[in-house]
Design a protein around this ligand. Structure first.
Ligand code: ATP
Length: 418
């Protein structure tokens, strides 16, 4: 028993290391295959293959080590049992020789002994297996015990139909302790208002949108919709009432129709078509081989970035959400595509409270209100025209001196260039 316990700890240690390495290998494989274009473009194929092969080699050695320890344990238990049986036989034979025991009694005793030893051998065998299983179990538990950063309150209620008044009250937030990326943000958006958030890269624009979607809870302050703290609502109902279009919208490897409905049942064909028309997407969808039933993705058709964006806009349109988040939705599109997407976004935003994160002066110019952020604070706000006239940094970012490229260089470079 002592031997088994001692060995099982060693087996568990090796199995744990082995499982961790297998996790890292799976991550390398997923990362390199997921970004295969970048890997090929940067000629990183061999580097990734080497990393994987090395990890694979180590994993194999650990696997062999675990097997060796397991086999060693079973062998040692077998040897112990053999020694014990030999001792009993030797002692028993002496008793038979002095007529204190009959040969039959000795045989029966040895037979019972062997039966008693069988569970011991099994114990050694299963302890080794259990040690390996518990190392794997630890990894599963690690995952299951992850606490989501955002927790629903026990008395959270289903969000009602919002009018669309959004407000940030003294919001301070950071991803790491002691390093806030948003400081004391106060922002009020009236229902139906279109607010553009602009500012250099890293100034906290996307973080603001994440807080509204409650992907994170602010460290200080609160975000309200129609005057109610969004922490009062269940996460699902809150997010269902906010539509979103991101810079690089993710489409799923399913049909165009399912991508537009995003799996929501009970949406009629006419609603889907209306959403696609609003998104300027109906015409190109009907020209696809199977129209709305065309599969997208690896085994289906490949769409251009502009077409993907327009499907994402149709998806956002279908839910009739009163609040809309647009995070640089036209970035990376060529002029023709950008125009089509911009028209679709105009229609989508009509009547919805819209938080538009943008680097494009034309889009900011069409917003009712523009918020200019720097270093996680609201540096200035007003209309595009008033900011262009009254804020040198804003004017610099949006075209007078540095042009559109400047914000991509980031805040530090911005200061140097200025
Ligand atoms: P960009 O215009 O480049 O998209 P942004 O203004 O939207 O930038 P955010 O994405 O909000 O800026 O990032 C603000 C800061 O927070 C940056 O310093 C960034 O490194 C940091 N940050 C953003 N997301 C995370 C995260 N998930 N974990 C840790 N830090 C983060």
């Amino acid at each position: 028993w002592l031997l088994t316990m001692k060995r099982s700890q060693a087996i568990q240690r090796v199995a744990r290391r082995n499982r961790q390495r297998e996790g890292a290998m799976a991550a390398t494989a997923a990362e390199s295959l997921g970004a295969i274009k970048t890997v090929q473009a940067l000629s990183l194929g061999d580097t990734f293959a080497d990393t994987f092969a090395q990890a694979n080699n180590k994993s194999m050695k650990e696997g062999v080590q675990a097997k060796r320890l397991t086999a060693g344990l079973e062998r040692m238990v077998d040897v112990l049992i053999a020694i014990a049986t030999a001792l009993v036989l030797w002692f028993g034979a002496r008793l038979v020789l002095v007529n204190e025991l009959t040969p039959g009694e000795l045989l029966v005793f040895v037979f019972y002994l062997r039966r008693a030893f069988r569970p011991m051998r099994d114990f050694a065998k299963y302890t080794a297996r259990l040690a390996k299983a518990s190392a794997a179990g630890e990894r599963v538990l690690e995952l299951l015990e992850q606490e989501p950063g955002v927790q629903e309150l026990p008395d959270a209620v289903i969000a009602p139909d919002f009018k669309g008044g959004v407000a940030f009250h003294q919001v301070t937030h950071g991803y790491e302790d002691g390093r806030a990326v948003l400081h004391d943000i106060d922002l009020v958006m009236t229902p139906g208002e279109r607010v553009a958030i602009t500012g250099p890269s890293g100034s906290g624009k996307s973080t603001l949108a994440s807080l509204l979607l409650r992907l994170y809870d602010p460290q200080q302050g609160k975000v309200t919709i129609d005057g109610i703290d969004i922490r009062q609502f269940t996460l699902e109902s809150l997010r269902a009432r906010i539509a979103i279009v991101l810079q690089d919208s993710l489409l799923f490897a399913t049909t165009v129709r399912d991508n537009i409905t995003a799996g929501t049942p009970g949406i009629s064909d006419s609603q889907i078509e209306a959403a696609a028309r609003l998104a300027n997407a109906h015409d190109f969808i009907t020209s696809l081989p199977e129209g709305y039933e065309t599969p997208i993705g690896e085994r289906g058709v490949t769409l251009s970035n502009g077409q993907r964006q327009r499907i994402a806009i149709a998806r956002a349109a279908i839910h009739q959400s009163p609040i809309l988040i647009l995070d640089e939705p036209t970035t990376g599109l060529d002029h023709a595509n950008e125009l089509e997407v911009a028209v679709a976004l105009e229609r989508l935003a009509a009547g919805r409270t819209t938080l538009l994160i943008t680097h494009r002066p034309e889009m900011a110019a069409r917003a009712d209100h523009v918020v200019f952020m720097r270093h996680g604070r609201i540096a200035a706000q007003g209309t595009h025209r008033s900011l262009m006239a009254g804020n040198a940094d804003y004017a610099c970012l949006f075209g007078q001196t540095g042009g559109r490229e400047m914000q991509r260089i980031g805040e530090d470079a911005h200061a140097v260039i200025s």
